[in-house]
Design a protein. Sequence first.
Length: 410
Amino acid sequence: MTVAQQHSPHAAVAAPVPPLAGRARSTGGSAVRDILAITARPEVVSFAGGLPAPELFDTEGIADAYRAVLDEQGARALQYATTEGEPALRAALAARTSVRGLATGPDDVLVTTGSQQALSLLATALLEPGDTVLVERPCYLAALQVFAFAGVRVVAVPGDEDGLDPAALEELVLRERPKLLYVVPTFQNPTGRTLPAARRAAVAEVAARCGLWIVEDDPYGELRFEGERVAWIATYPGAEDRTVLTGSFSKVMAPGMRLGWLRAPGALLRACAVAKQAADLHTPTVNQLAAARYLADRDLDAHVARVAGVYRERRDAMLAGLPGALPEGSAWAVPEGGMFVWARLPHGHDTTALLPAVVAHDVAYVPGAPFYAAAPDTATMRLTFVTQAPDRIAEGLRRLARGLGTAGAR
């Protein structure tokens, strides 16, 4: 014991450190991330993660883009950059958005570190603790996490197999006075459903008449296998000045590059840029320049078309095997694109409770309950079909049948 400790009656007892913030104590981790940790073993057929197929990445093309950037402008690529994003990438993103029907200039775009960061920036710029946010039922899990950290009240909008009900939306807007509606209208996570054009128009009209921000998240829209593209909500009358469109290269180029973006009205975009300065200063320069170079040198649309063709085969393999894998009376949607099939088992089944027995057979899914803001449907599950080849999907569904006790029951 030191002399100082001998003369201090309190020195031997260390005071506890202050507690974590309430939002950190009350917000749980991602159920998907937790399951991925459990199913990391190579023998497991995982239908759990929302991961694109790594064997379909254009590794050569992306590597060429990085090499060119580092060879030709290495000092700039490794230096700090502006918060809003590299001009070449913002211009390319604006051009891609404009070609798809939403007139956009480079100054309308903020580059983010994945579209997940875009949601966090919007929460910082728009939401106060105690505000109300409307979401779909069910809703993208990581968006629920963002809103939980923001300390807001989350209310789910009722809907059906086509998505949220605009009449129910209007009723909730008038009653709850929310700040924003968060929606993934195309190939939604987790359900895979697509909001029809008429409902998109109705959502835009409600937002304009009642006063509401719309956050339109579109990470999957380019992965269409069949059917006609439906225009963004942001293009419909009434939505122009109140819709934030977010996008990502994670599902069409490579998630490890962590490149996303948001398109927003000027004042909100500037507020998000200030929030980004406080968060990470800017998205890595080298990744931005490499993406811009890839877009200039390669045909991303052709690459996405090839990927979508493979994903369609994998979707069809999953749809073909589901009748034998799930209990009699189960139902599931047929997505026209994206990455997910959403299934509902008969009443009385609890997919969270069933998961350990399924994992014991070296296969995994994500239970549906975590995707609900409240009153979850515990009989639901999300199955990702894009990561596995068709034969592996078939084997995984055979294991799923054994885990659920379905094998031999039909």
